[in-house]
Design a protein around this ligand. Sequence first.
Ligand SMILES: [Fe+2]
Ligand SMILES: [Fe+2]
Length: 286
Amino acid sequence: MEATAVENKNLLPVEDDWEEFLQGRYKEGKTEEEFRNYDAEANPGVAEFYRLNHQFQSHEYVLGKEKEYFGLTRGKKSIWEAAEFLNTLVDDSDPDTDLTQMEHLLQTSEAIRRDGHPRWMVATGFVHDLGKCLCLYGEPQWGVVGDTFPTGCAYSDKIVFPEYFKANPDYNHPVYSTKYGIYEPGCGLDKVHMSFGHDGYIYEVMKNHLPMEALYMLRYHSFYAWHRHGAYEHLLNDQDRAMLPAVLKFNPYDLYSKGHTKPDMKELKPYYDDLFAEFFPDKLDW
Ligand SMILES: [Fe+2]
Ligand SMILES: [Fe+2]
């Protein structure tokens, strides 16, 4: 436990860079052109992160990780326990200005609540990043956070830093490098093996407990090539198209809800106790 925390000490600085990078990338009013120029030189840490991510997230890697994690064999935890577990990841040099993982979750869910959205969406805001506990299971950062994308078919040039896919073994694969790859046209995203990360994992944990809109918000919140850039239309089915507005509705809360006031845990706890009791069993499989 101790060792894991130390090993993951590097998680947060780059992760914060990544979130800043995302905010810059999707600043309001930014053109597609400006998005493309938001490049490696300006963000070397983030570029290096994506270089590794794009190189190693092959289809075979993804299938292996799905097998390892999607059976949910890592024990039972309540939502609070999972959030506290995730909080052990935080080891920041400046605790006064930076938020803990739990605080990011609460700021996201509180912003959703303030805007009068349904209770299931508030719950979704709280749990959306709990899958980052993958880092505590020893997964590398490039295998936990960052943009997600389909594997087993050609990479879209709308994925950030597309040139880094050249180092992925699937880049020249006879099947995986084709437009449809292993998929049927319009097969639907549910059939697609997305690059592995905290989004897919939290979806597995939550899939029996929240409505479909919520599950799309969780599962695809980092699939920017789709929800922000319209890529992979050829794999979508009607359900995906119907759920896109929900994914888009959630995205600003993830990107922009980070403020500098720390949520008051003590005050908020009773509300969240009720909320969790409404949607989740005491303990969930992780
Ligand atoms: Fe996330
Ligand atoms: Fe988030």
